[in-house]
Design a binder for this molecule. Structure first.
Ligand code: MG
Length: 328
């Protein structure tokens, strides 16, 4: 179960995958992949994250590659389409990449955009998916309480499933929930779970109706299951623009949750223009399958990151491994 640094660096491959749609301000996604006794795992904290935060992502990858995973209670995971903050005209094109998804997560509150852009985007989504479809919003903490309340009113006519991380802080989420309770619009916590010292604090504070949980930032599927159980709230499993290998870890977590009342944010392989497995884990009929995946050697070669970037990731892994050793 203990992964030595040499074992990880002995199999690690670093890739740079082109995105189909610019997302989080980038058009390529870098990821490190390595193999342990249980299979392949992904280590892909975003580039700007410091070592202390990234080390938990490494713990998750080591867990997935070296440890027996929790038993599944389902073999397919219903997933949502994820719509970056694109212009309204592009909405049908992006949604066409998701086969059979009845739920769309729409990114809103993008820096440099205005509420009018969000309204136009959400209107285009509702037009594309019809009245039966579900629309949830993800603001990534981009609004203050007043802006979030105003946006909720402006977007109410589109019948929203929930608001994900509308505001940045737990106190703001508590305040917003109090204001929204009159019309029963649930609030989901994402950054307040995965970036907090205490991921359960947001639940204890009464700041969320449901939690978004991600295997990599929380240290792996087993740790995420403990957090969900301790929080006592419904959970949506999501990803962070992972390759299909990282998504398979998310699917492992989603498959093991006792209850899965919402579609999960694990359909994001559709945002990649290339992947590391021959059959990417894109939604089919609105769901992805559960199970381990093996990267395709030719794809690893074709999308290998340049040597300078490969070395950067190897050094990052070594530093994060030292952080984990110091924590143990
Ligand atoms: Mg989110």
């Amino acid at each position: 179960m203990d992964a030595q640094l040499a074992d990880i660096l002995g199999s690690v491959r670093v890739v740079s995958l082109p995105l189909a749609t610019r997302f989080r301000g980038v058009d390529h996604r870098e990821a490190a992949l390595f193999e342990g006794p249980e299979g392949w795992a992904e280590f892909s904290p975003f580039l700007e994250y410091g070592d202390a935060e990234a080390a938990t992502w490494l713990a998750a990858a080591i867990d997935f590659a070296w440890a027996r995973q929790p038993a599944p209670v389902r073999d397919a995971i219903p997933v949502n389409a994820t719509l970056p903050a694109v212009e309204a005209e592009r909405v049908p094109d992006v949604l066409a990449r998701y086969d059979g998804c009845r739920t769309v997560k729409v990114k809103v509150a993008e820096p440099g955009q205005e509420l009018g852009d969000d309204v136009a985007r959400v209107r285009a989504v509702r037009a594309a998916i019809g009245p039966e479809g579900r629309i949830r919003l993800d603001a990534n903490g981009g609004w203050n309480v007043d802006e979030a309340e105003h946006a909720a009113h402006a977007l109410a006519e589109f019948d929203l499933e929930y608001l994900e991380q509308p505001c940045a802080t737990v106190d703001e989420l508590v305040e917003l929930r109090a204001r929204l309770r009159r019309w029963d619009l649930p609030v989901a916590a994402d950054e307040s779970v995965r970036k907090a010292q205490d991921p359960v604090a947001v639940a204890r504070a009464g700041a969320a109706d449901l939690l978004v949980v991600k295997a990599q930032p929380l240290g792996g599927a087993r740790r995420a299951l403990e957090i969900v159980s301790e929080a006592g709230l419904p959970a949506v499993v999501s990803s962070a623009l992972d390759t299909s290998i990282g998504l398979s870890q998310g699917a492992t977590l989603a498959a093991a949750l006792p209850d899965l009342p919402y579609d999960c944010g694990l359909g994001t392989a559709s945002l990649l223009a290339a992947d590391v497995v021959a059959e990417p884990l894109v939604p089919r009929g609105g769901a992805i399958s559960v199970g381990r995946l093996v990267p395709d050697g030719a794809l690893l070669d074709a999308h290998a990151a340049p040597p300078g970037r490969r070395d950067w990731w190897r050094e990052r892994i070594a530093r994060c491994h030292a952080v984990l050793a110091a924590r143990a």
